[in-house]
Design a protein around this ligand. Sequence first.
Ligand code: G4P
Length: 304
Amino acid sequence: MAIQWFPGHMHLTRKAITERIKDTDVVIELLDARLPGSSANPMLAELTQAKPALKVLNKQDLADPARTELWLAHYNSQPGTRAIGLDASETTPAKRLIAACHELAPHRGGMAKPMRVLICGIPNVGKSTLINTLTGKKAAKTGDEAGITKLEQRITLASDFYLYDTPGVLWPRIIVAKSGYNLAASGAVGRNAFNEEEVALELLDYLKQQYASQLEERYKLENVASMQDEVLLSAIGRKRGALQGGNRVNLQKAAEIVIYDFRAAILGRITLETPGEFGQWMAAGQLVDAERQAKKKKRQPEKA
Ligand code: G4P
């Protein structure tokens, strides 16, 4: 079962971003540093394409530092794009955000041409936490447009620097199954939208190849890379006492343990995708999509 998580009600968000983007100098997209590719929203790229972009790899305290470097280099090599790593331990994030935005839009600044920045991110990337740190007591609420249920928030980070948080929720758009699993593992997808056992098996399949020593250390196991995913999940359940009647492993409980340990970084600092891997998944996903479209067309030939 591939995870699909693209609820409706995106029109409000789309409308709000489309409105705001006209008067925006830089778009900040918050990404989860553990899954930067999967936590990006393709619709955002489409709505904001011409604008300079600052990618913030947030929650970097949970991510593999070497891989965060790879992602930063990946984004920094793209035209009109800068990237920084961040986490909630940073007490004055405004400084770095302001500096990066000025690099991206050097023509803006001063009272006559204040910098106008839009901040976006899918749920759970830490946007509220960051905004709370940024606002402190300086929060300024504006906007009262009809039909918009949540007000647009304007935060004054400096006398010539405005940060806008648009109303609505930017849900992730899952194009490839792997992204769905990574989003579920990270906590970005609602509990009811996925099967924990399936997500844990996918997670273990990746971790046993890329982070075997962390798994072995945490669960006191050996040679995890050679184990089948189901066998590995079962072994973890047994080690952690997730048992049910007849001394059988409770796989649901075992799955919850694995997901919890990943989310809380008890397994260590882990990143579930590299730029190269994510690029391959996307290419494969797009190929499948193109094949599906071609089949559909064949079934419904155009009328002569
Ligand atoms: P959102 O607005 O983008 O939806 O995210 P929010 O700030 O609500 O953060 C989602 C979860 O991520 C929260 O945990 C929050 O504490 C945590 N978080 C935010 N920034 C960071 C960070 O830089 N590092 C780490 N490790 N965690 C971060 P929660 O368990 O859902 O809520 P709570 O128990 O902390 O209130």
